[in-house]
Design a protein around this ligand. Structure first.
Ligand code: NAP
Length: 346
């Protein structure tokens, strides 16, 4: 038997507004290999995925599933290593890198059949959390299946420099769209334009109202908007409706501007429905989980793009298990570029 000292971040209090340390308690436990039942593995966490959906699940409101239960380990995806395995039939071995969903704990026991094996000789293992993970899955299927892009069409992407956004803009360039990226700093818009080849950009913080945003959009989209990939909602999205073209497709992937309490502000959407009518536009919500069983399809197309450098990616990696709650809050201040990850210093 081998025992490990374990630390867990327990989610203990629902946030009303921004999430922070006060909504969590750090707990110390031990975990040992004798606890492994047949079909289970003991995983050492190395990289934690930090995602906006964590805040949605904390809201206690009616979403796609029950709110995150209180007094349990904060859920989340993790890239880690197998320390012990109790499964005679598995091809996985001690030392293998895997993607799993044990949440915010340094060690965890998981079901072997829920693990995805990662090959560090092919691409860095952290890509399984971002550019070749769940954010890429919704970027790929959300854009292609709900967006139905045609060559030469104009796409606008909000939250364009984040994990989902930077995948969408690059997939869209590959598919021949004219791409406009909206993000919250000059550093981010410069990266979008100069490194990712986005056609035009808007720093939304310089245009902090729907009317100012509309003027900016008119400047960069003189022929209107055919597809809008929405990661943020709020006034940016309100402004988009003013410019949509005939048969426009509006893809609602995220509404991060509304997650930290903003959901209680009056919903503006219905005021814009007449614009949808005139343009025979469609608006569709998309969820990554609806494409879980098509992960391989996305990986087959996108892995070569990433390996060959056709698609770039960025990761913001914060060191320290103890910094997990602070890292989650960073998302709501735009302190990440690309995928936000916390690395454990074992
Ligand atoms: P991310 O974009 O890497 O990080 C969040 C970014 O949102 C921040 O860096 C910040 O960038 C921006 N932001 C924060 N507050 C904002 C505000 N009030 N207004 C405008 N922008 C704001 O996160 P992600 O994982 O890629 O997720 C992006 C969106 O997609 C989120 O809304 C998320 O919930 C959604 N999502 C949906 C699915 C699904 O299945 N539907 C799956 C994954 C993610 P700036 O500096 O540009 O402000």
């Amino acid at each position: 038997m081998t025992a490990f000292k374990n630390r867990q971040w327990i989610y203990t209090k629902r946030p009303e507004k921004l999430v922070d340390n006060s909504h969590y308690t750090l707990k110390e436990t031990t975990i040992d290999t004798s606890q492994l039942k047949p079909g289970q593995a003991l995983i050492k966490s190395e990289y934690f995925s930090i995602d906006p959906y964590m805040r949605i699940q904390q809201s206690g409101k009616d979403t796609w599933e029950e709110p995150h239960p209180l007094n349990t380990v904060q859920g989340g995806a993790v890239v880690g290593k197998i320390m012990a395995i109790n499964d005679l039939h598995s091809t996985l071995e001690i030392g293998d890198w895997v993607l799993s969903y044990p949440g915010w704990q340094e060690y965890a026991i998981t079901e072997v059949n829920s693990l995805r094996k990662l090959d560090p000789s092919e691409v860095p293992v952290t890509t399984a959390l971002g550019i070749l993970g769940m954010p890429a899955r919704i970027a790929y299927f959300g854009f292609i299946e709900a967006g139905k892009p045609k060559k030469g069409e104009t796409l606008v992407v909000s939250g364009a420099s984040g994990a989902v956004g930077l995948a969408v803009v690059q997939i869209a360039k590959i598919k021949g769209c004219r791409v406009i990226g909206i993000a919250g700093s000059d550093e981010k818009t410069k990266y979008l334009k100069e490194t990712l080849g986005v056609d035009d950009v808007i720093n939304y913080k310089k245009h902090p109202s729907a009317s100012e945003m509309k003027n900016e959009l008119l400047r960069v989209c003189p022929d209107g908007i055919d597809i809008y990939y929405d990661n943020v909602g709020g006034y940016i999205t309100d402004a988009i409706f003013e410019l949509i073209n005939l048969n426009a497709r509006i893809i609602i992937c995220g509404q991060i501007s509304q997650y930290s309490g903003g959901l209680d502000t009056p919903e503006l959407g219905p005021r814009f429905l007449h614009k949808m009518l005139y343009k025979r536009a469609t608006i569709q919500g998309v969820l990554a989980r609806d494409y879980n069983d098509r992960m391989d399809e996305m990986l087959e197309e996108m892995t070569p793009w990433v390996k060959d450098g056709l698609i770039h990616y960025k990761e913001t990696i914060i060191p320290g298990f103890e910094n997990l709650p602070d890292a989650l809050q960073m998302l709501f201040f735009g302190k990440n570029m690309g995928k936000l990850i916390v690395k454990v210093n074992h």
